[in-house]
Design a protein around this ligand. Structure first.
Ligand code: C2E
Ligand code: MG
Ligand code: MG
Length: 685
C-alpha cells in the first residue's frame, strides 16, 4: 500500500501546528508538513524525493542511534507506538527538543508500511519552566518580603523574607488578608487613598508602618502592583516590601552624630542653630522671650596641656554633667567649643531668673574638681543675650551672647555679663582683632625688633631684647601694649610665644652663618607659656634643633604676671634654671616683691621698670627705689638692667650708682632686624 493522502487529509496536515513527518521503512522522509518544514528551517518547497532526506539528517548522531536502535526497532518488534522526548536538529544545526508520538502503520496482515511522527516543540515550555524556576528562586531568596494575594486580597503565597520580617509563618497567613499586619499608625483615609491609587494606576508605593507578630511596629517601604487577566479583571496583588527600620536606625544614628557632641553626649552647634531658629520663630509667634547663655569653663587649654587629654576630657564631662543637672528639661544645653557651652532658655519669667541661673551655673563650675591625682579649680565666665531685646536673628543673638562672654572674661572671669549695646561695638572689634591675630600667627604679619642692651661703662652692646611687632593688614603696625593683652586673654599668647622663640633661634642661626659674634637675646615669656608643663623640654629641644647654646637666650618674665599663678610657673622656672637658662624679672618694682619672694625665684637678672628711671630725676622716692634695687641685685648677686633710659643724665646717674647695664631710647630704639645686623657687624669688626 502506497503512502497517499486525500485532499481533506492534506488540508488537516497543512493546518496542524504540530510537526508531522512520515518515513518509509528505510527511514527516508516521505512527507513533512509545513509546520515541520518551518521548525526544521527547511524550504517549504523542498522536494523530499529528490533530496532523499532520511531520519539520520534530522538528528544528532547520538540521538539518531537511540532512535534507530531502540525506538524504531521497538516499533517494528510490535510495540506499534512510542511516546517521549526527542531532540531534532534544524538545518542550522540548532537543537529542538520535541515531545513526540511515533506510530507504525501496518497493512491488514500487520506488515509494517511506514512510520509517522507527530511532535510538539518544547522550547517555549522549557523557557517558561526556566522562567518559573528563576522566579521561584527570586521569590524565595529575595531580601524583600513578598506577598501574592488573589483578586480579593487573600494571601496565596509569601516568601521566606516575609516570614523573617513579620514573624508569621506561611501557614499562619495564607488565606487571610494583609490586614493582619496593620499597625494603628495610619487612619482609614490612608488605606482608602492606597486602594484608590491601585485601582487607578495598578500600583501604589510608599512608607507603611506595620506590626510584626510579636507586636513591634516597623516601617516598611511597600510597593503593591496588581496583575490583571486578559479581560482586565484583577487576578492577583503582588506586594513587595523591605524593612526600613534598620535604615531608619542608621539615619537616626547619623542624625545623632550630626547634632551631638560625642564627648558629653550633649547637642552641638548644629543642634543649637536649629533650636535657635525654631525657638525664635516660635517666640515671635507667641510673643515669648528667649535667653541665650554662653558658658566658658575657663583655661581648659592649660589643663589639656599640663594634665593631658584624658584628664581634660574627664573634666569637660564632669563640668557638662554639672551644667546638665542645673538646667530644665525643656531648655537646650549644647557644647559649642572645646570649653564653651550654650544654654537656650525658652520663655523664662523674669530677668532675675536668668541672673540667678547664671550665678548658679557659675558657682557649680567654680567648685574644686578632683581629677584623681590633681585638684583643679576653674574660672568660668558667662555671657547672656536676650531675644527680642538684644537681637532679632539667631546669628545676632549668638554674636551678642559671645560679646557679653568676652566682657565677662575681661572683667577677670568668675563672673557673668548681660549683653548691652554699647559694649558690643568694642567687643566686636576685639573679636575681629583676635581673629586677625590668629591668622597672623599662621600666615605672617608678625616680626621681631631687637633693642640692644649696653654696658653702661663702655656703651658696648652685649645683648638685645627681642620685641614682637605686628603689622595688622588694615590697621597697620599695632603696639604690643594692645595686642599682647588680647593674646593673653584669648590664650593665643602660647602660640605667639612659640613663634617668637623659634624666630629668635632662626635669626641667631642666620647671624652666626653671616659670621657675626652672637649677642645674648632676651625674649619675653608669658606666664601662660610657663604653665605648659612641657615648656622647658620644648625649649631645650628647640635650641638643640638649631644647635644654639642655652646661654644665648634669656627669658624675661614680668613680675606681675608671675604673681598671678605662682606655683606652676615657679616649677617651670626652676626647671629652666636647672637646665641653665637665664631668667630675668621684667618691670621689676611694679608688683609687690618681698625679699623672701625674690629669693624663691630662680633669677639671674632684674630689670628695673622704666617708670622709676623716668621719674628718678624729679622724684626722690623713685631715686631711692632705684638705689635700693641696685643694692638688692648686688646682695643677691643678680645681674641688673635699667629699662627706659632716655637721656645721658639718667645713664650717668645709673652708672654712678653701680648699675651695670641699661636699655633705652638714649642708646637704641628697638631696631628692625636688618639695622640690628648692621650694628652687630659694626661692633664685630
Ligand atoms: P617690656 O618687655 O618691658 O619691653 C620693653 C618695652 O619698653 C618695649 O615696648 C620697648 O620698646 C619700650 N622701651 C624701651 N626703651 C624705651 C625708652 O627709652 N622709653 C620708652 N618710653 N619706652 C622704651 P614694646 O615693644 O611696646 O613692648 C611692650 C611690652 O610688650 C613689653 O614690655 C613686653 O611686656 C610685651 N612684649 C613685647 N614683645 C613680646 C613678646 O614677644 N612676648 C611677650 N609675652 N610679650 C611681649
Ligand atoms: Mg621685656
Ligand atoms: Mg619691661
Amino acid at each position: 500500500m502506497s503512502f497517499c493522502k486525500s485532499s481533506r487529509q492534506q488540508a488537516i496536515l497543512d493546518a496542524a501546528s504540530e510537526l508531522i513527518a512520515t518515513i518509509d521503512l528505510e527511514q527516508r522522509l516521505l512527507y513533512l508538513n509545513p509546520s515541520a518544514r518551518q521548525l526544521l528551517v527547511l524550504p517549504h518547497d523542498l522536494d523530499l524525493e529528490k533530496e532523499r532526506l532520511t531520519v539520520k539528517d534530522l538528528h544528532a548522531p547520538a540521538v539518531y542511534r537511540k532512535l534507530d536502535t531502540e525506538i524504531f526497532a521497538g516499533l517494528l518488534e510490535g510495540k506499534g507506538r512510542w511516546e517521549g522526548e526527542l531532540e531534532f536538529r534544524d538545518s542550522n544545526d540548532q537543537p529542538i527538543p520535541m515531545q513526540m508520538t511515533i506510530i507504525l502503520h501496518t497493512d491488514e496482515e500487520g506488515r509494517p508500511l511506514w512510520i509517522t511522527g507527530i511532535g510538539r516543540d518544547l522550547r517555549r515550555r522549557r523557557r517558561l519552566e526556566t522562567q518559573r524556576r528563576l522566579a521561584k528562586r527570586a521569590f524565595d531568596h529575595a531580601i524583600e518580603g513578598l506577598i501574592v494575594t488573589d483578586g480579593r486580597a487573600r494571601i496565596q503565597h509569601v516568601n521566606p523574607a516575609f516570614v523573617e520580617i513579620t514573624g508569621y509563618t506561611a501557614e499562619e497567613v495564607v488565606g487571610k488578608t494583609p490586614r493582619l499586619l496593620r499597625s494603628d499608625h495610619h487612619d482609614q483615609a490612608f488605606y482608602d487613598a492606597m486602594w484608590q491609587s491601585i485601582a487607578d494606576k495598578d500600583r501604589w508605593q510608599g512608607e507603611v508602618w506595620n506590626r510584626r507578630k510579636n507586636g513591634s511596629v516597623y516601617l516598611q517601604w511597600l510597593t503593591i502592583t496588581c496583575v490583571r487577566d486578559v479581560q482586565g479583571r484583577i487576578e492577583n496583588y503582588v506586594s513587595i516590601f523591605h524593612d526600613l527600620s534598620e535604615m531608619q536606625a542608621k539615619e537616626e544614628e547619623i542624625q545623632h552624630l550630626v547634632h551631638h557632641d560625642p564627648l558629653t553626649g550633649l547637642g552641638n552647634r548644629h543642634l543649637l542653630s536649629e533650636r535657635l531658629q525654631h525657638g525664635i520663630r516660635q517666640a515671635k509667634g507667641q510673643e515669648e522671650k528667649l535667653a541665650l547663655l554662653i558658658v566658658d569653663l575657663g583655661h581648659i587649654q592649660l589643663i589639656n596641656d599640663s594634665l593631658g587629654h584624658t584628664n581634660c576630657d574627664r573634666l569637660i564631662r564632669m563640668q557638662s554633667a554639672k551644667l546638665k543637672a542645673k538646667v530644665q528639661e525643656a531648655d537646650t544645653l549644647v557644647r559649642i567649643g572645646a570649653d564653651e557651652f550654650a544654654l537656650l532658655v525658652e520663655d523664662y519669667s523674669s530677668l532675675h531668673d536668668i541672673s540667678q541661673l547664671a550665678n548658679e551655673l557659675k558657682e557649680v563650675l567654680q567648685e574644686e574638681i578632683d581629677l584623681t591625682e590633681h585638684r583643679v579649680t576653674l574660672s568660668p565666665s558667662i555671657g547672656v543675650a536676650f531675644f527680642p531685646q538684644d537681637a532679632e536673628t539667631p546669628d545676632q543673638l549668638l554674636i551678642n551672647a559671645q560679646a557679653a562672654l568676652l566682657e565677662a572674661k575681661k572683667a577677670g572671669r568668675d563672673t557673668f555679663r548681660f549683653f548691652d549695646q554699647e559694649m558690643s561695638q568694642e567687643a566686636r572689634e576685639r573679636l575681629k582683632l583676635e581673629q586677625a591675630l590668629r591668622s597672623a600667627i599662621k600666615g605672617g604679619g608678625l616680626s621681631l625688633s631687637f633693642q640692644p642692651k649696653v654696658l653702661l661703662e663702655s656703651g658696648h652692646v652685649y645683648g638685645a631684647e627681642a620685641l614682637l611687632r605686628w603689622c595688622h593688614p588694615e590697621l597697620g603696625p599695632l603696639s604690643p601694649g594692645v595686642f599682647i593683652p588680647l593674646a593673653e586673654e584669648s590664650g593665643l599668647i602660647v602660640d605667639i610665644g612659640s613663634w617668637v622663640l623659634r624666630q629668635t633661634c632662626k635669626s641667631l642661626v642666620s647671624w652666626r652663618e653671616a659670621g657675626l659674634s652672637l649677642p645674648r637675646i632676651a625674649v619675653n615669656i608669658s606666664v601662660q607659656q610657663l604653665e605648659q608643663e612641657e615648656f622647658p623640654d620644648w625649649l631645650e629641644e628647640l635650641l638643640h634643633e638649631y644647635d644654639l647654646d642655652i646661654s644665648l637666650l634669656e627669658l624675661e618674665i614680668t613680675e606681675t604676671g608671675l604673681m598671678k599663678n605662682e606655683l606652676k610657673a615657679l616649677m617651670s622656672l626652676a626647671r629652666l634654671k636647672e637646665r641653665g637658662f637665664r631668667i630675668a624679672l621684667d618691670d621689676f618694682g611694679t608688683g609687690y616683691s618681698s625679699l623672701s619672694y625674690l629669693r624663691k625665684l630662680p633669677l639671674s637678672t632684674l630689670k628695673i621698670d622704666r617708670s622709676f628711671i623716668l621719674d628718678m630725676g624729679d622724684d626722690p622716692v623713685s631715686l631711692s627705689i632705684v638705689k635700693t634695687i641696685i643694692q638688692l641685685a648686688q646682695n643677691l648677686s643678680l645681674d641688673l638692667v635699667a629699662e627706659g633710659v632716655e637721656d645721658s643724665c639718667q645713664a650717668q646717674q645709673l652708672f654712678d650708682m653701680g648699675c651695670p647695664h641699661a636699655q633705652g631710647y638714649y642708646f637704641y630704639k628697638p631696631l628692625i632686624e636688618d639695622d640690628f645686623i648692621q650694628l652687630l657687624a659694626a661692633s664685630s669688626s
